[in-house]
Design a protein around this ligand. Structure first.
Ligand code: AMP
Ligand code: MG
Length: 398
């Protein structure tokens, strides 16, 4: 729907909101960072393995390496005797040959010696005089790690666009890369608004509320690899807002909290209409309906609602995927409780995952910030839909 008076789209869908924001974001370009600074960044190019892992066929445990044929008949009642001819440990391989009836003591990560093709764990051995062991059980193929079993030299293992989670940082190191190509961080200016909103730590006067949004959003922005330029907090007046927005120079996008609703003291939309641009106002979702997208001095501006839950949910559902250039990842899970639907809005109810099912968290008010801390999922009920207990539902992890 487009507002007849003002000409900008109103009541856009969640997907439209995401796409419109993503379309306004500048291409951040790319750079290179050392691995120790790579966490949370987005890979800008495919990464190929420079080596194979494991680099040689090796033992997965401590025990002995032998010829498999020699181990096959071993049982506790009729153990097999093998002669120990040497040792292979991680970094110091055995250089000789293992023949029939022979074995080498071997430790986790040590290369399998020439001639040996099987490992028996130390728990299945007993000493049988000097230089000999008795096997109580045959070797298991699972105890040998094949060369290149994890990845082979030259193989593309990580892909451009993947966020560098801690396991992927470890993987990049194992591939042999000391530094990695990453997307440059988007620089996000962050402003909270509201006459009643004050800095945590100060005494709270009647009617005031601590600024939880700016701290929550700051943390979420860092979590998705952005650089945050904090503009602090502005009171509810067009002049104060303008002054605050002037500090956003040098940022790629401006994120505000509060002041985008219908109230007399909600100035963001009118300010953008008069002196900037409005791309849309209101998204068909709950919580978080009154979100706003626009432009100010050539800078994209996303206005989040002030209600703490709305603010963080809209960030999670719309802003985060757009900033990260990633589609939203949902799981399909069984609903243990019913979830109500709304005729013309997508609902994102807070849920609790338990035993592979999702339960209604209960208090769904958009001011109940504690619910976001306790809940671990957002249950997506599409416009006009409703979910009965026992049905499958899309779930976003928090
Ligand atoms: P608004 O969207 O500005 O009308 O604010 C809606 C509700 O959210 C009001 O109850 C505000 O007090 C509250 N609120 C607004 N901004 C913040 C903030 N930064 N931190 C916590 N609560 C806020
Ligand atoms: Mg306000």
């Amino acid at each position: 729907m487009t507002s007849a008076r003002t000409g900008f789209p109103m009541h856009v869908s969640v997907q439209e909101a995401r796409d419109m924001l993503a379309a306004l974001l500048p291409d951040p370009g790319t750079g290179t960072v050392p691995l120790a600074q790579a966490r949370g960044r987005t890979l800008a190019a495919d990464l190929a393995a420079r080596v194979s892992h494991p680099s040689a066929t090796e033992s997965a445990l401590d025990g002995i390496a032998a010829q498999e044929a020699d181990t096959l008949t071993a049982t506790a009642a009729a153990p097999v005797r093998l002669r120990v001819v040497g040792e292979s440990r991680a970094g110091v391989p055995f250089t000789g040959q293992v023949g029939p009836g022979e074995c080498v003591r071997i430790y986790t990560g040590a290369p399998l010696p020439t001639g040996a093709d099987a490992i028996c764990p130390v728990e299945q051995l007993t000493e049988d005089g000097p230089g000999a062991v008795l096997l109580a059980r045959p070797a298991s193929p699972a105890d040998v790690r094949q060369e290149g079993g994890d990845f082979r030299a030259g193989e593309v293992v990580l892909r451009a666009g993947q966020p560098l989670t801690p396991p992927r940082v470890a993987l990049a190191a194992a591939l042999g890369h000391a530094e990695v190509p990453v997307r440059r961080r988007l620089r996000v200016a962050l402003l909270s608004t509201g006459d009643e909103v004050i800095e945590p730590g100060r005494p709270l006067l009647p009617g005031q509320v601590y600024d939880s949004n700016r701290y929550g959003l700051h943390a979420m922005l860092e979590d998705c690899g952005c650089e945050v330029l904090s503009l602090g907090h502005a009171p509810d007046s067009p002049e104060a807002l303008q002054d605050a927005l002037a500090g956003a120079g040098g940022a790629d996008v401006l994120l505000t909290s509060g002041g985008v609703s219908m109230g007399k003291y909600d100035f963001m939309r009118d300010l953008l209409l008069e002196r900037g641009r409005v791309a849309f106002w209101k998204v068909r979702m709950r919580p978080g309906g009154p979100a706003l997208l626009g432009g100010w001095n050539g800078l994209p501006v996303f206005g989040l609602p002030g209600n703490p839950v709305s603010s963080l949910v809209v960030f999670h559902v719309i802003v985060r995927p757009a900033l990260m250039g990633q589609p939203v990842q949902t799981l399909r899970l069984r609903a243990a409780t019913p979830f109500r639907g709304l005729p013309d809005k997508t609902a994102f109810w807070r849920g609790l995952l338990r035993d592979g099912e999702v339960h209604d968290y209960g208090k769904q008010g958009s001011g109940v910030l504690r619910s976001l801390s306790d809940a671990n999922a957002l249950v997506v009920v599409p416009e006009g839909g409703a979910v009965q207990a026992g049905e499958d539902v899309d779930v976003l992890l928090l």
